[in-house]
Design a protein around this ligand. Structure first.
Ligand code: HPA
Length: 247
């Protein structure tokens, strides 16, 4: 049976609608995860919640211990992970407030501990990352979004930048030429680490701003905050639906 975890991103340090059962502090050989694991339920469906940026949103994207987060989930028996992320929209179709279920990734990050392999004498293995996300979870996210009539974009290329600064216009133009349709800072190495441990993993992104240079008015941080609040509500509905349909 699937054991599902939600990794909450910016704006989702608490999962609204989650009934708390107990908190668990896990320590892995890679260190402690960003937050305690919250064991609870949404609409009577069991779920584990992890706040990627910490409980008080204090860990910036490049400082997150992605290995400890993914390993901690595996150690408590998690098999399926839904990763939530706030992103910027690059493609026209990815307007503010839309939900995007990406199917591809381009990794622009650097200096992050991006693999479980590399320990001395460790026999390493390559992973197939042709399709970086779980087809099954994506399908469930898409069907659930459609059932709820949420404005979901059913495919997309998530360009993952190092942050914590936002991008320049030229960087976004280059990313667009590369094929990126959304931009965020936390999609990698989380996705490939999950694959290394054999976890089913998919991402549900909410667009909280148009990417740099995409609107003449520039980036408006107040508007981002507002969009985050609205987006969290949609995400919560979507997650509840996915969990009750079962993974
Ligand atoms: N760029 C990178 N990460 C982001 C953005 C953005 O425009 N918006 C939210 N996360």
């Amino acid at each position: 049976m699937a054991k599902t975890a939600i990794i909450g991103g910016t704006g989702v340090t608490n999962m609204p609608g989650l009934t708390l059962n107990y908190r668990e502090m896990v320590k892995t050989i890679y260190g402690a995860p960003s937050s305690p694991l919250i064991h609870g339920s949404i609409n009577n469906c069991d779920v584990i919640f992890l706040a990627r940026h910490g409980r008080r949103h204090t860990i910036p994207p490049h400082m997150i211990n992605y290995r400890a987060n993914v390993k901690a989930l595996q150690e408590v028996g998690v098999t399926h992970v839904i990763a939530l992320a706030a992103v910027g929209g690059i493609a026209e179709s990815c307007g503010e407030k839309s939900l995007v279920i990406p199917d591809q990734i381009i990794d622009y990050t650097y200096d992050r501990s991006h693999t479980f392999h590399g320990a001395k004498h460790d026999k390493f293995e390559h992973i197939d990352f042709t399709e970086p996300y779980s087809a099954k979870i994506r399908q469930q996210l898409i069907e659930s979004a459609q059932a709820l009539k949420l404005p979901a974009v059913t495919e997309g290329v998530y360009g993952v930048t190092q942050g914590p600064r936002l991008e320049t216009t030229a960087e976004i133009n280059r990313m667009e030429k590369d094929g990126c349709t959304i931009v965020g800072m936390t999609g990698m190495p989380e996705a490939s680490l999950a694959r290394e441990l054999g976890l089913e993993y998919a991402c549900c992104a909410m667009v909280v701003n148009r990417a740099a240079g995409k609107v003449s008015t520039g980036i408006n941080f107040q508007q981002i905050e507002k969009n985050l609040l609205g987006g969290v509500d949609q995400m919560q509905k979507l997650i509840a639906e996915v969990l009750s349909n079962g993974l």
